[in-house]
Design a protein around this ligand. Structure first.
Ligand code: SAJ
Length: 428
């Protein structure tokens, strides 16, 4: 299939992945119809604006809408290729609380099924459990018995189906969409070829072909690898604290070995990917994934450890200042986002720690998040860095935002600083 076979592309799910992908296709002068259940998102996009935060995306969407290449709707319309980029969270299920939730993929499949026609390509981009692409194809086939699908008709099917997982890093989405290699898992070789020709309209990286199940597992493996590596760093940070060793220096030294590359400890692992995707492997093979499960546990428990450190620092402060009572002591929390230099609070361990501290110490906990424009979060006012430096006695460093320069904290006694993310280690 040549590039020109795709005159119209429909992107289903206009979130953190779908919207940038829609905008990039549209910037290549391909007609893109964005489909989303969220009327507010659809209206915002049709005004040429965006409802999510991602550098430079506003410009690209604005141009795409005003040049007439991108349009959003809540009702499916015919297209030559459909790209599904909806969330895959977890829910309570037979394997426990972390069972993959396929409801959004099912609704998306049922939404596009009525408008499919012979020759169309359907791609699942959402991070998915192994077998999800076959399941999606089964839902499509059930809804459209008049069309043939790869699971029954192989290379001769009317509809081609593939899994091509997204792998872009929030904050760098527009660059990574174009430059990253893509894993293309077609249900048949013809499905893969069709998907490659679609992505080649803008992907400069290599499009590497495999089958759908391997592509699904590949995406889960990438995020699990990162989770396990971060868990190792987090475990080391707790061990080093006990042994009086600076973990940041230790990791820097160990990483000088040509075959060692340890990631950085932090207050825990957040976001909607690394803390979720490993569970899709666990729920498929609970008996065979002790390492992946332990990593999840280590990372999920890190906030608790940070809170314990805050309480120890508070106790030390009160011993050092017998004239004060706990109710006099202000605790400053620096950073709420799930990682540095973004405003995204989803599954953020920093936010979780700050909220738990507020529950216990109420208004004595002040929050600083320079990346959030609003002056409050959930009714709690957000303070400036300078106010917190002035008023707080305990300083909890939670996110290594560029605004939290190490020298700001240089005159504060280290006993009263909990540096969970290595801000004080300039060159880490
Ligand atoms: N973190 C650490 N230490 C580190 C690196 C990260 O504690 O050394 C923490 C962060 O602070 C954050 C969490 O891990 O809380 C996740 O952040 P991240 O930057 O590692 O990843 P995400 O969730 O923003 O994006 C990941 C990426 N996956 C990989 O790098 C393997 C991205 O490429 C994927 O597309 C994305 O997940 C996704 O959508 O799945």
């Amino acid at each position: 299939m040549s590039q020109s076979s795709f005159e119209t592309i429909s992107i289903v799910g206009l979130g953190y992945i779908g919207l940038p992908t829609a905008a990039v296709f549209a910037s290549r002068k391909i007609k893109v119809i964005g489909l989303d259940v969220n009327q507010h998102a659809v209206d915002t996009i049709n005004r040429g604006q965006i409802h999510i935060v991602e550098p430079d995306l506003d410009m690209v969407v604005h141009a795409a809408v005003h040049e007439g290449y991108l349009r959003a709707t809540t009702k499916a319309e015919p297209a030559d290729a459909f790209l599904i980029a909806v969330p895959t969270p977890f829910k309570e299920g037979p394997t426990g609380p972390h069972h993959p939730d396929m409801d959004y993929i099912e609704s998306a499949s049922k939404a596009i099924a009525p408008v499919l026609k012979p020759g169309d390509l359907v791609i699942l981009e959402s991070t998915s459990p192994v077998g999800a692409t076959e399941q999606m194809a089964a839902w499509l086939a059930e809804a459209r018995p008049d069309l043939t699908f790869p699971q029954t008709h192989g290379e001769d099917s009317d509809i081609r189906v593939a899994h091509c997982p997204e792998r872009v890093l929030p904050g760098h989405v527009l660059r990574e969409l174009v430059q990253n290699d893509r894993v293309i898992g077609g249900m048949t070789p013809k499905c893969s070829d069709a998907a490659v020709s679609l992505y080649k309209t803008f992907v400069q990286g290599e499009c590497v072909i495999t089958n759908a199940r391997t592509a699904e597992m590949c995406k889960l493996t990438e995020n699990s690898f990162r989770d396990v590596n971060i868990a190792f760093a987090n475990e080391l940070s707790i061990i080093c604290d006990k042994l009086g060793i600076n973990v940041w220096e230790l990791i820097k030294l160990a990483n000088r070995h040509p075959r060692v590359s340890i990631l950085q400890p932090g207050p825990g692992v957040g976001g909607h990917c690394i803390a979720v995707d490993p569970w899709f492997i666990v729920s498929a093979a609970p008996e065979n994934s002790p390492l992946i499960q332990s990593a999840r546990q280590v990372n999920d428990e890190k906030p608790k450890w940070v809170i314990e450190k805050v309480k120890i620092a508070l106790a030390t402060y009160l011993i050092d200042h017998p004239e004060k009572r706990a109710s006099d002591v202000i605790i400053g929390c620096y950073g709420l986002a799930f990682k540095p230099n973004i405003d995204d609070l989803r599954e953020s361990p920093a936010l979780n720690i700050a909220e738990q501290l507020r529950e216990e110490f109420k208004d004595n906990v002040i929050l600083v998040e320079p990346n959030i424009a609003s002056d409050s979060h959930n009714g709690v006012s957000l303070e400036s860095i300078s106010k917190s430096l002035l008023e707080s006695s305990i300083h909890v460093l939670l996110v290594k935002h560029r605004q939290f320069r190490p020298e700001l904290f240089s005159s504060i006694n280290k006993k009263y600083i909990i540096d969970s993310c290595g801000i004080l280690e300039e060159s880490t």
